[in-house]
Design a protein around this ligand. Structure first.
Ligand SMILES: [Zn+2]
Length: 694
């Protein structure tokens, strides 16, 4: 669910990834979107060959070099047009090169293309690092008089800050060392993620072990003559089996398969990545990588973060324990031999508990969420909320025939383009993310981004009945897309929305998740795929109530991931025992039983993208819920809050500090009130129900 984007002007640490075998070449052919003679905006316009991708990236890097030469060679007094503009032109070229090579690395049609894209992602990142350590460019920017315009001033000041954080003022030998360490970090991060995406595990189940799974799953997983069924670790394959199979043995096997991905291959890669990060942080004068990675974020430092997380823990620990206790006593009624719920069984028992306690079977809503209907519904919801028009575009050449393309309009004005690459295929990135393709430059270049997801569906034989949680993920990713497009209308590429403080980027995405819990929103698109019947209100109410159960323990798990990401970036890498550190964090925040052999960290790709800063999700959940509470619950899409939010929070992109945007919209500092209400919604509903019964 992460938006892989470079954060700050620091060398982007995100990476992308991909995996195994060879796909048939992309068959989609349509007119390229660039006019003849114009530089192609898209890496894929030249076709699927690695050579074409290389030529495209190298052309971007040459253009960036020429822009840097313009910065350095400017005559006369330094000004925005002769210095900041060509600097931003260079930034724009490098953002295009980094973004698109890393997207192709994740979705490219062939292994050869993905290999080439991986090496070009390193090349483009190295060029970005070099720009960040270029003293001539730094001096040119520092010589600029302070711009009168607030947005431009913020861009300049923030760029100078990032230059200093990158180590631009160090001597030549130190800068060379910094450069070498940054390049190594990029390479190791790419290797780490790639190992995850190349590592699809297959479990062979006996047909009988699939009892509990829905008919459409069984139909798409026929047994071979020996009665065996293969289940991979791909999300649409492995996740339903872990949630619904009545076989504890199968759930355990699938859990271990999923949590062995990347292991043991990533052990030494991760150790080298963490060690290199620690070395770089210390070279730059920071105690740990976490201190360095938080220096330009909203939170500011690990010390401030610790204080913040203590508040989140205090709010979620006790209700989380109550949820877990209720779950355990329920499971014991069914199976008195259970002492502690196995972590491999957690989702299974939660599902069973929701069925028994709330009369809600999550299978019952899937027929109302066929993929195509959900896609239309999410787009329509975002259009209404943000007062936009999102129209399909046909005949656009992309990297794969299954990718769909939409243009985003504000009245007659086109704001940007979005691409949806939504279903798994062999060799494709296995996660759910939003990735930028182009940053907007007002009047010159429109922002573009892509959703890279692994939802069910995508074939004519399969309606793609989604789990309701998948619909929430779809909304989440769409929140990122809208942030990028709406916030990509500024004067400079470097003012794009994803370039705001990295620990704010999960607020607009998590804010949009909340729209799932409104009947008016859902009933506008949740229709039975066979009968067309609208999702009944009564079923919706049971789903909402059941979904509210487990929020506090879910937040405790977010604290576990947060701690893993922090611990791995603060403890000494050479002596760090990943399994032991993970287990400690697991046991601090979980009441389920740890399963020996769980090497979750080996496929925790957020360790590359977010490094020490996984806390972003927790911090932004609080902000997102505070934002959502400003909407009129009786008229979510039609009230004035949508436009006000669009203008105050999304449209500024990164032209102002994130904390100011939040304050502007809220009229105060964010607080935990809405977060607490959200987390305790089920307890409150229960209290109301029991007092009404009395
Ligand atoms: Zn996200």
């Amino acid at each position: 669910m992460l938006a892989r984007s470079p954060r700050g002007r620091r060398p982007p640490s995100f990476a992308v990834v991909v995996a195994c075998a060879v796909l048939p070449a992309c068959a989609a052919a349509a007119a390229p979107t660039s006019a003849p003679g114009e530089k192609a905006l898209h890496a894929w316009e030249g076709g699927d060959s690695p050579a074409a991708l290389e030529a495209w990236v190298q052309d971007r890097l040459r253009r960036a070099d020429a822009d840097v030469a313009r910065v350095l060679g400017a005559k006369g007094a330094r000004s925005v047009p002769n210095t900041l503009r060509p600097y931003d032109d260079a930034v724009n070229e490098l953002l295009l090169a980094v973004s698109q090579s890393s997207v192709i690395y994740g979705v490219g049609a062939t292994r050869e293309l993905r290999d080439k894209a991986q090496s070009l992602t390193q090349t483009a990142n190295a060029a970005y690092t070099a720009l960040n350590l270029n003293q001539g460019v730094y001096r040119a920017l520092a010589a600029l008089p302070s711009p009168a315009d607030g947005a431009t001033r913020h861009y300049l000041e923030h760029s100078l800050l990032e230059y200093r954080l990158a180590g631009v003022d160090r001597d030549e030998a130190t800068r060379a060392k910094i450069k070498a360490l940054q390049d190594k970090i990029t390479a190791l991060g790419l290797t780490f993620e790639r190992a995850v995406h190349d590592d699809v595990r297959t479990t062979v189940a006996d047909k009988a072990q699939l009892e509990g799974l829905p008919p459409d799953y069984l139909a798409s997983h026929p047994a071979d003559p020996e009665g065996h069924v293969k289940i991979t670790t791909d999300p649409p394959d492995g996740w339903p089996a872990q949630r619904f199979s009545n076989s504890a043995e199968l759930r355990h096997t699938l859990f271990l398969a999923a949590n062995s991905v990347g292991y043991p291959a990533n052990t030494e890669t991760l150790r080298a990545l963490l060690a290199t990060r620690a070395e770089l942080a210390q070279l730059l004068g920071y105690k740990t990588w976490a201190d360095f990675a938080m220096a330009d974020q909203m939170i500011g430092s690990p010390a401030k973060l610790a204080e913040y997380l203590a508040g989140i823990d205090a709010a979620s620990r006790e209700p989380g324990a109550r949820e877990d206790a209720a779950l355990l006593s329920f499971a014991r009624e069914r199976d008195p031999s259970i002492q502690k719920i196995s972590y491999a069984d957690l989702r299974y028992w939660q599902e069973q508990y929701r069925r028994a306690r709330f009369n809600f079977d999550s299978q019952s809503v899937r027929p109302y969420f066929p993929y195509a209907g959900v896609e239309r519904g999410v787009i329509t919801t975002a259009s209404r909320l943000f007062h936009l028009d999102i129209r399909p575009v046909s005949g656009v050449r992309t990297w794969h025939p299954s990718v769909t393309t939409y243009d985003v309009y504000d009245g007659p004005v086109r704001l940007g383009r979005i691409y949806l690459d939504m279903h798994p295929r062999e060799g494709k990135d296995k996660w759910f993310s939003t990735q930028p393709l182009a940053y907007g430059v007002h009047g010159r270049q429109l922002p573009e981004a892509v959703l890279v997801c692994n939802f069910t569906g995508g074939t004519s034989a399969d309606p793609g009945l989604m789990q309701y949680g998948d619909v929430v993920v779809f909304l989440h990713e769409f929140g990122h897309l809208m942030h990028h497009v709406i916030g990509g209308q500024n004067a400079f590429a470097g003012e794009g929305a994803f370039l705001i403080e990295g620990d704010f980027v999960e607020a607009p995405s998590q804010m949009l998740e909340e729209f799932f819990h409104d009947y008016g929103v859902l009933s506008s698109f949740a229709r039975h795929y066979q009968t067309g019947e609208v999702l009944p209100r009564e079923l919706f109410a049971r789903m909402n109530r059941a979904d509210a159960y487990g929020r506090a323990s879910g937040q405790q798990r977010q604290l576990m991931y947060t701690s893993v990401s922090l611990d791995f970036h603060t403890l000494t890498p050479a002596t760090l025992d990943f399994d032991a550190a993970y287990r400690r964090d697991f046991e601090r925040f979980n009441r389920a039983a740890f399963i020996p052999g769980d090497h979750f960290w080996a496929s925790f790709t957020h360790l590359n993208g977010y490094s020490s800063n996984y806390y972003t999700y927790v911090l932004d959940k609080v902000i997102a819920l505070d934002f959502f509470a400003q909407f009129d619950a009786r008229n979510l899409l039609g009230g004035p809050a949508g436009m006000r939010y669009r203008q105050a929070v999304l449209a500024p992109g990164s032209t102002r500090p994130a904390a100011e945007l939040a304050r502007d919209f809220l009229g105060r500092e964010p607080n935990l009130d809405a977060y607490r209400r959200w987390m305790l919604a089920e307890f409150d509903a229960e209290a109301k129900a029991s007092s009404a019964a009395r």
